[in-house]
Design a protein around this ligand. Sequence first.
Ligand SMILES: [Zn+2]
Length: 234
Amino acid sequence: MTPLAYSAIPVAGAAFLAWAVRGRASSVFGPSVWHGPRDRRAIALTFDDGPSESTPRILDVLARHDVPATFFQCGGNVERLPGIAREVAAAGHVIGNHSHTHPYLFTRSPAAIELDLRRAQETIATCTGIRPVWFRAPFGARWFGLGRALNRLELVGVMWTAIGYDWSLKADAVVEHLAARVSNGAILCLHDGRELHPRPDIGVTVEALRKLVPMLLDQGYMFETVNRLLCPMT
Ligand SMILES: [Zn+2]
């Protein structure tokens, strides 16, 4: 299917396209992982849209329970707060690429998609010394050209098993929503920022995390980075 074919897609095709762009298990626009192996009681916490001024509050909660996580950072936020991006790396967490400007990739040209991802990749590498190997699409939306850009930048797409809706729900509802969907190998998605907005309010995420982490530890789950969850032999 080419971009030109899109305008001719009938209703059933439009439903397929919606799934292809947003569906967590869709690999139409490039492969992406949304779940780890189910034979180990291990899960991965992931945070999108950082770093923000409030990211250290998340780091505090993770440090208190000695659990690692994966942060899909926006290049634009890393440029604004390089010290906090480095703090995330120094605490032993994995940094992934979440684009530079947090655009909707939907309808963007392949060249524009690759340029945005490349800017983030370079910015993160320059500021933290880490070159990400994982990519999470802004808004979870993928599009033509993304697969090629990921190949060229040697990135692997990662979606999620469950997302916390921590930008709209109250903390208890976030905990309840995720706790009901967690299982071996789950990749959970929360947010330590809000796209490129400075000083975002992530109080709900912090409060939810304070409850969720000890609850899942009590249930016997191990927290792992995406690297370890998806490549346990490394
Ligand atoms: Zn995002």
